[in-house]
Design a protein around this ligand. Structure first.
Ligand code: MF3
Ligand code: CO
Ligand code: CO
Length: 262
C-alpha cells in the first residue's frame, strides 16, 4: 500500500485505531494479580470478535498463536499469552492490540502496573511513555524519521535507560507492517522526510539495562539479554498538513501538548 493514504483510507484507519484503543480501555479493569495472560487473551479475543466485530490481527500472523501480545517484566515484546503466566503483585505488563476493521489495521499498546511496583518499574514505564510522546511531538510534514528517533533516544539515555534497536515502529494500513521502518534512535535530519497522509506507528521499547535482546526458543518472545525490565507504549498516527493526529488516543489520554504544533 502507498506511503500516502487517501482521505478514505485515513477515515477507515481512524476507526480501526479507535477500536484498538477501546480494547485497552476494556481490558484494564480485568487486570490484577492472579489473572493469567491466557485469560487476558480470551477476554480481549471475545471482546474484539463478539462485541466489536473486528479481526485480531496477531492470530495466525506468521504463525503467532494468540490474539494479543502480553509482555511481562523483562519481556520486550511479542510475549505469547499462556495459562502458565500468572500476573503477580509488582509486575509490569505491556498489552499490544492490533485489530483489522474493514481491511484496515489499528495498532496500539500500553503498560499496566500490577499492584505495588518498584520505583524503578514505575520510572521506566513513565519514561517510556514520555519517549513515545516526545517522538510524536516531532511528527509534521518536512520532519525526518531521524528526528523522531533522536528525540526518543535522547530522553531515554538522559534517564540512563537504553533504546531497543532490534525492533521498530512501522508504516501500517491494509498491511500490518508496511514501509517505512520507524527507528527509535537516530540523528536529526536523517531518514525519510515525512509528508501529509503517511500513517505509521511509534512504539519505543525502553530497557532498564542494555539495549540487547534475545529471542526465546518459541521464536516469538523477545527478552532483554540481561533480564532487566523493559517497557513499551505504542500509538498509530497520521501526518496531517499541520502536524499529527494520533489515531489510537484513548478518551482519558491528555495529548494537548501536541496543540503547539501549527
Ligand atoms: N503489534 C505488534 C507491533 O506493534 C506486532 C505483533 S506481531 C505478532 O508491531 F505476531 F506478534 F502479533
Ligand atoms: Co506496531
Ligand atoms: Co503493536
Amino acid at each position: 500500500m502507498s506511503l500516502i493514504k487517501t482521505a478514505a483510507d485515513i477515515a477507515a484507519m481512524r476507526e480501526a485505531g479507535r477500536l484498538a484503543a477501546e480494547v485497552l480501555t476494556f481490558i484494564e479493569p480485568h487486570l490484577r494479580a492472579g489473572i493469567s495472560t491466557l485469560e487476558i487473551d480470551r477476554l480481549a479475543h471475545d471482546y474484539m470478535t463478539q462485541v466489536q466485530g473486528v479481526i485480531p490481527a496477531p492470530l495466525n500472523y506468521h504463525g503467532f498463536p494468540k490474539s494479543i501480545c502480553t509482555s511481562v517484566n523483562h519481556v520486550v515484546c511479542h510475549g505469547i499469552p499462556s495459562e502458565k503466566k500468572i500476573l503477580k503483585n509488582g509486575d509490569i505488563i505491556n498489552i499490544d492490540i492490533t485489530v483489522i476493521k474493514d481491511g484496515y489495521h489499528g495498532d496500539t499498546s500500553k503498560m499496566f502496573l500490577i499492584g505495588d511496583c518498584s520505583v524503578l518499574a514505575r520510572r521506566l514505564c513513565k519514561v517510556a511513555l514520555e519517549c513515545l510522546y516526545l517522538g510524536i511531538a516531532q511528527v509534521r510534514p518536512g520532519a525526518h524519521l531521524g528526528d523522531i528517533g533522536h528525540a526518543i533516544q535522547t530522553h531515554a539515555e538522559a534517564q540512563r535507560f537504553s533504546v531497543v534497536r532490534d525492533y521498530c515502529g512501522h508504516g501500517i494500513g491494509r498491511g500490518f507492517h508496511e514501509e517505512p521502518q520507524v527507528l527509535h534512535y537516530g540523528r536529526p535530519g536523517t531518514g525519510m522526510e515525512l509528508q501529509a497522509g503517511m500513517i505509521f506507528t511509534i512504539e519505543p521499547m525502553i530497557n532498564a539495562g542494555t539495549h540487547h535482546t534475545r529471542l526465546l526458543a518459541d521464536d516469538w518472545t523477545v527478552v532483554t539479554r540481561d533480564h532487566k525490565l523493559s517497557a513499551q507504549w505504542e500509538h498509530m498516527m497520521v501526518v496531517t498538513e499541520t502536524g499529527v493526529e494520533v489515531l489510537t488516543a484513548r478518551p482519558e489520554e491528555d495529548l494537548s501538548f501536541l496543540e503547539n504544533i501549527a
